[in-house]
Design a protein around this ligand. Structure first.
Ligand SMILES: O=C(O)CCC(=O)C(=O)O
Ligand SMILES: [Fe+2]
Length: 447
């Protein structure tokens, strides 16, 4: 059964204000219609994403982290079908340019023995050929021509180094459009809650372009494990042809598939908007195979991860994240700073030796003072196809600590969280062993 998430019409404000806040509280996500990103730009960007993620590995690896976890993500043992490229601070023209420069895959530009005159002459020649092709294929835009792999001239121009300017232009236009849209959503959300609408204007945003190499033998397995997003909110351009996204319904705790709806975008809330569970416990047990470890999450409310009530004695949810033992040691060694981590204890039982550790319980702020739902979601491999998606994350403020605005705090709604610096929070997510800002990708084995 596909899930009918609330639909928000961007052109119908303030009428949709209440619906928007309700969607953030009850669903943690909504589908956006009548937004300002043109359908043509969405499809051009999708082609760009495919082209970039098809580049050779050594080029993709040039997309280095600007902040921890913001650059290229290679497939891992946990998410073997998934890889991604990232652009931190999409609101900065320099950052967008740097991203394009890193991925400039033109063989000409990489060829050390070509003189610049040869390059210029070659580029001119390709331009003339492309212009000729444009005249003979009037329906195609220059950009289409440059990136269409089925089109021999488009392919030739891309291979010969003329393609990237076309790609660049699309990346620049898409970045501007999605950044403006993100800020507009944030302003509308703030205004809908009776807050100053410019609250989020300086919050940096990160673009992440995702590719899933779904193969026949992987059908039915996760493409991306269960997680919440670490920032404030995420705008997702889904693959309109290949589904697989599933969200956890707040009431039933069941995962429900989300069918893509071409031309629309899906918005979901992340940890900063709401109340992240920052008390995961890492647990390693002697009778597990050497190459696996478990993550144990302790819920103070005696509710397990999926909201079911549990008895106080039974208040640990055991979650499994299959990871290498060495990875686990690394997580541990990164986390053993006395400030951030503590060993909670040893437990006897079956399996017989548990080593339990985790971040020191630390109260953190959540912007909505616990009102919003930070959506848990995952991507399942449903069919053997390539799936691409584009995610824009509104993160948290660069310097100021994130805290619930005074207007959201009163005697009935006391302040629940102390302020936290977003970067500290991000590091905490990463130090709990989960990479590239993708904390809480757990696989449940028992609850
Ligand atoms: O690809 C998708 O549909 C979701 C991607 C996602 O959840 C993420 O990048 O955080
Ligand atoms: Fe996500």
């Amino acid at each position: 059964m596909a899930c009918e998430v609330p639909v928000i019409d961007m052109q119908d404000f303030p009428s949709q204000a209440e619906k928007l806040v309700g969607a953030c509280e009850d669903w943690g996500c909504f589908r956006l219609i009548n937004h300002t990103i043109p359908a043509t730009l969405m499809s051009e960007m999708k082609s760009v994403v495919r082209s970039l993620l098809d580049l050779p590995l050594e080029i993709k690896q040039r997309n280095r982290d600007a902040i921890t976890g913001s650059g290229y993500v290679a497939p891992t043992a946990i998410n073997p079908l998934y890889e991604a490229l990232g652009l931190y601070d999409i609101g900065s023209v320099e950052a967008v340019r740097a991203f394009c420069a890193q991925l400039d895959a033109s063989p000409l530009q990489r060829c050390p023995f070509l003189s610049s005159a040869t390059r210029t002459a070659h580029t001119r020649l390709v331009k003339i050929m492309c212009t000729y092709m444009l005249h003979t294929h009037r329906s195609k835009s220059e950009n289409d021509l440059a990136i269409t792999s089925r089109h021999p001239m488009g392919m030739a121009s891309f291979v010969c180094g003329y393609g990237l300017p076309g790609l660049k232009e699309t990346i620049v236009r898409y970045s501007q459009a999605v950044h403006e849209l993100a800020m507009d959503i944030c302003r509308k959300l703030a205004a809908s809650m009776g807050l100053k609408s410019d609250l989020f204007d300086e919050w940096p945003c990160q673009l992440r372009i995702n590719k899933y190499n779904f193969t026949p033998e992987m059908v039915g397995t996760p493409g991306v494990q269960i997680h919440t997003d670490g920032g404030f909110l995420t705008i997702l351009q889904e693959d309109e042809n290949v589904g697989g996204l599933e969200v956890m319904d707040k009431k039933s705790s069941e995962f429900i598939p989300i069918d893509p709806l071409p031309g629309t975008l899906l918005v979901n809330l992340g940890d900063i908007a709401t109340s992240p569970d920052l008390t995961p416990r890492l647990l390693w047990s002697s009778d597990l195979t050497r190459d696996s470890c478990l993550i144990l999450s302790r819920r103070t409310s005696h509710r397990d991860l999926y909201g079911r009530r549990t008895s106080p004695q039974d208040s640990y949810s055991v979650l499994s994240r299959r990871t290498s033992f060495w990875d686990f040691c690394l997580i541990f060694s990164r986390g053993t700073s006395p400030r951030d981590f503590m060993v909670v204890g040893l437990r006897l039982g079956t399996p017989n030796l548990y080593l339990v550790a985790g971040p020191r319980p630390k109260t953190v702020m959540a912007w909505s003072n616990g009102r919003f739902y930070n959506l848990q979601h995952r991507v399942q491999c449903k069919e053997a196809k390539i799936r691409v998606s584009i995610a824009l994350f509104v993160l948290g403020p660069k310097e100021a600590a994130v805290e619930a605005p005074a207007e959201l705090v009163d005697s009935e709604h006391p302040r629940l969280y102390v302020p936290i610096n977003f970067e500290d929070y991000r590091k905490l997510r990463l130090s709990t062993g989960l990479r590239a800002g993708r904390a809480q990708r757990y696989e449940v084995i028992q609850s």
